[in-house]
Structures are given as structure tokens and as C-alpha cells.
Design a protein around this ligand. Sequence first.
Ligand code: SF4
Length: 359
Amino acid sequence: MTKPIHFYDYSKDELTKLLTDWGLPRHTSDQIFQWLYKKKAKSFEAMTDLSKTLRENLAQKASLSGLTLQTKQVSQDGTAKYLWQLPADEKGQTAVVESVLIPMARDEEGQAGRYTACLSTQAGCRMKCTFCATGVPKFGRNLSPAQIVGQMLGMEQDSGTEFNNVVVMGMGEPMDNYENTLKAMRTLHDPKGINLGRRRITVSTSGLIDHLVRFIKDDWPVSLAVSLHSADPEIRSKLMPINRSNPLDKLWKVMKSYSSKRRLPVTLEYILLKGVNDRPEDAKKLHSYCKDLLCKVNLIRYNPVPSLPFDAPSEETVKAFREDLKARGMKVFLRERKGVDIAAACGQLGYENKLEKSN
Ligand code: SF4
């Protein structure tokens, strides 16, 4: 079986080579690149300055992402969750993956009318964090670069909006799908294409230390967020089994190295779970862990998942935790809850869907 060709998998140089091999001139590949990433064409058919015969030929040989939109749910707050069907693999297994369009009243820089795309990198997740719906079902598969980029472009084409920010915080651990996610990030960043700046793309990881060392060396064109959730080794290991092999002290060192080299803060994601990591002593430990680290903390009030044994703390507890950190001089944000009614909020993706099924 020959591997299907998806154009979003190709960098500009790779696409030029592919199309040259197909006998097309350079200026045609430039036109097609423009259609893909500047004009954001939905299909080859929409590339109207190419001849009809060429468009038909391209559609026979290739597709853009290989994703098919299965359903879209819209929350009362305007957040939209997209469910994409992936093509069957060599064993005939199909899988689905979700991504989220999040309208922001204001972003962290205070700019209004912004849209954030939350993208997935895997169908399922091998990290098995105990509070997260994505880690519950059997792991499906890694997504290709085209399937990662295709989620963003597909949501733009469907909604008619243009994203100002991308967060790679959907289903999966981006570093566990290292090469494909890196390639997708380079496509999002490419100034000749989508042209999103480093500060406009945030990749969130559970903190795989060896991968983070590579991430720094390879200079990913993104900002870094790390899911911390506790600065206490025992609590963190209970929430995130990977903490046993990726301990907090080594994680601190690699984050320090990132922030020193890039001169950028690391965003620490901290989901507040009732009675687990929301107490004054947890705030104290977090403050002491962050000493001498250029970082900011994103607090997230837990979004409950019915089958998991965790609850959200009260609004008062969340406020008290935030004020405690602020009083200690830390930079703290409380993430607005979005899309809870359609299970599109942080930690809820994959909950309502069976991730893998046989044809
Ligand atoms: S929180 Fe992230 S890393 Fe952990 S299981 Fe969920 S998707 Fe995977």
C-alpha cells in the first residue's frame, strides 16, 4: 500500500520538490503554497487560478490533511469542539481526535476579539494522568504533521475566523510524538506560510525531561508550558505517573535552562483539585519550587470528568490560592473556564468519544 500524500505534511521546499517531480514549474508550487497557507483553501477545487485539469489531477493524487470533520458542538460561551475522523491505518483501525476553537474576550496581553486554537497531537495519551479524560481509553496513535496543522486550518475554514494563538494542549503528549509535532510547529511558524510568532504558539508538556533537552537544542519556534499540578513529589506522582521517572528537581533544571537560553518564562499549568493540591501548604511548596525560575503560573479550576475521583475546589478556595501566590510575589493567572458544557475544557477531551474502533 503506498502512503497517502497529504500536502500539509510538506514544508515549502519539500512541496516544491514533490511538485517538480510531478513535472510542475516552480511558480505553480508557489501558487499552491499560497493557497494552502495564505488563502487557506478548503480543497484543490477551490484553487481557482490553477487549471481545472491540474486541480483534478492533484485531487486524485493527494489530499490536504486527511482529516474528515465528523461533528461540531458549540458551547453556550461560544467555544466550539470539533471531532475529526482519521483515516484507517494499515490494520484497518480508525480513530478520532478532538480540537477546540476558543473565543477569548481578551488575551493575556489585553487584546480583545482573539481566537485560540487548541490542537491535539495524539489520539489518546500514554501519560495516563489520573485526573484527565484523554488518558482513560486505550492509546490510539500519533497524529501526522498534516493532521496537527489540519485541525487548525479546518477549524478556520469551517468557522470563518482566523486564529491569533495556538495552544498545543489538546489530546496527547506533544513530546511523545516529537518529530511530527515539531514539523507541524515549524509549519505554523513559517513566515512564508501561516506566520505565527513564537509567542503565539504554546506547546504544553507533562515534563518529559530527555525530550525537553532535545526541545531546547532543536529550538522549537514556540513558547513552553509545563503541566506541574503539584510541587510535592508524592502528590505529583499520584496525579502524573511520569513524575516517577521525570522527577521535579530534574524538571526544574531543564526549565531553568530553557528560560535562561530563550529569555522567556515557562508557563506552569496548575489544575486545582479539591483537597489534593489546593491547600495553603501546596501554595507554599509551589512558591518555593519556583524560586529563581523565570515562570508564570496558570491556575485552572478542575473541570470534572464523571468517571474520575476528583472534584473542583470552591471559587473561594481558588481565589485564596491565587491571592496567596500573588502575595508571595508570583505572576499568576486564573484561566477562564470555557466549553465545560460540551466537555471541551482542559482535561475533558476524549471523554465522550471512543478513541479507536475497527472498521
Ligand atoms: S493531562 Fe495531558 S499528558 Fe496527561 S493524560 Fe491528559 S493529555 Fe496526556
